[in-house]
Design a protein around this ligand. Sequence first.
Ligand code: ZN
Ligand code: ZN
Length: 255
Amino acid sequence: MKIALKACFKHAFLLVFPIRCLACKTVLFHIHNDGLCPECWSNIHFITTTICAKCGHPIQHRYNYRNQLENYRHICNKCQLGKSDKVNYLDSIRAATLYRGTVQRLVKNFKYDRQLLLRSLFVRWIMQSAREVLNEEDVILVPVPLHRRRLRWRKFNQSAALIKEIHAINGNSYILDLLVRIVNTVPQNQVPRGEERWANIKDAFEMNKAYDISNKNIVLIDDVITTGATVNECAKVLMEQGGAKKVFAVSIAKT
Ligand SMILES: [Zn+2]
Ligand SMILES: [Zn+2]
């Protein structure tokens, strides 16, 4: 009887305060799949296969014996063949999902509505995909900074929000103002892919000299990584100006 009453109460509560899918907002009658409806949930592409140690992209082709010999670090064809003129300052990139379908929708919702439920959802995904990086000894989490004008307009930095939640769960230390964006660049998604994105972000960051990060491992946190130009530029500053030991990049998604 008690159980039936409890169920009745729960149903009445859900009728008055319906729970909606975090992506498409349809009403949910059961809460599972991280607060997403079955359709949205099935439209998420988690990166669970072998990934490229440099860019974090899933490796589609068959196992490459030659790569296995290089300290078990698999490098995708694109990273082996292309971008040879770019200096890579990153140790590796880890992304939890591919930036398409439901994830695109969720990230946009997060940026502009700063939903707390989404923050915990993303952090759960990040902690699964980047567990090894986050559990490296003495890593410091650092957000990719927004320019102060953009921050004033947007009112919050989504990367900093993710970091605070990771800290609460995993205990990692963090510095939110280690990097400063000195140039208010055009958002990377409005710049054509390729060379122009690398040029757009060049010299856009500076390090806050109030901190000593020499010989420290830094984990850059970003929401979406596209060409990797932004996180690579941040890593360059951390290595050249701060003397960081290694810089990793971790994100919710990559394109
Ligand atoms: Zn949905
Ligand atoms: Zn790659």
